[in-house]
Design a protein around this ligand. Sequence first.
Ligand SMILES: O=C(CO)[C@H](O)[C@H](O)COP(=O)(O)O
Length: 410
Amino acid sequence: MQIAKEAVEGGIDWIEIGTPFIKSEGMDAIRTLRENFPEHTIVADMKIADTGSLEVEMAAKAGADIVMVMATADDSTIKDALQAAQKYGVRLMADLISTPKPVQRAVELDRIGVDIINIHMGIDQQMTGKTPVDLVFEIASKIRADIAVAGGLDEQTAARSVEAGADIVIVGGNIIHTDNVTEATKKIRRSVDNPQLNQAKKLDMDEEMRKLFMEISTPNISDAMHRQGAMKNIKPMLNDTKMVGPAITVQTFEGDWAKTVEAIDKAKEGNVIVIYNGSSHIAPWGGLATLSSLNRGIAGVVVDGAVRDIEEIRKIGLPIFATSNVPNAGDPKGFGEVNALINCGGQKVKPGDYIIGDENGVVVVPAERAYEIARRAKEVQKTEERLFDEIRRGGTLSEILKLKKWEKQK
Ligand SMILES: O=C(CO)[C@H](O)[C@H](O)COP(=O)(O)O
């Protein structure tokens, strides 16, 4: 309710009640919003898959103006839902989420008479880099129904959607998961009203992932990975430190620093050198290797083992993480391997896995899931920003989370 109020202040036209909210609170979610916002158009994202008529009737009677049906529902469900919508004076919106042939299905639904077609990439799909915007242009030229677009829209993608032909822009996370909902809404509003002013360069997936990893914390990432990925007993050697990059790995042994130093020359700019050494008494890494790494453009170093020359490491300022610090170094003997699969801080690390370190410690994100985890961790961060804001306003954490209500029931 509070978020809706702030979004209205920011200039939204319609209020969409999301599916998880409806599943949590039932039709009361719609009733309450209707009571509190009598003048606003209310969209009930029912994601109807069956019993079209019954579910449209429920939502319409609770106060919805627009009811969402799944585009993948059988035509019989769509037609029945449409009849109920006409009977109760509401509009039917069909959601193209996960539709195998979205353009063809949009045309069919338009012919059946659906009022609004929602070109939508779901939240889980967005995490893998899918966006609805490219489809808007293709579908807009083929149908008469109004076109809505949804799926991770921000100022830029909202503007691009309008320019491509969208009539309705649905924005969730980039409004509701912010610490200033009114301000976030105003920005989206401005961009929807003046789409030509929002032509920022679109980042490619690698650039976007790196930017996200720089913005989020290792706790955000650990949450997004369901508590997997954190290295054990690995601590930062610097305060206020941040490291992001793909791994180059080193397997080495107690008292031998040859391979760790060879890895500096093999690493590419932006790599994080991840070393398994296994000794907390003899350091395979120190100040000279740190300066050499800085000169090569290496993003940071993680050692499952000890490091030395802490004052020099601090002066050089390259992010270094290790289990301990000791004065002893070993010798260059030459055992071990560069770019083997290693175990570091209890985590498997292969070359190319993403390594993120900050004052909390280090997490490893498998290369094949790195983009998705960066996106999911950003969502965790946004949700936390909102929670921080609510605590600042005086709520307690357990009240805000409704902890008792959501504890596991026996
Ligand atoms: O229907 C939804 C999820 O299934 C969301 O309401 C929709 O995707 C908009 O939210 P976001 O902008 O966060 O994607």
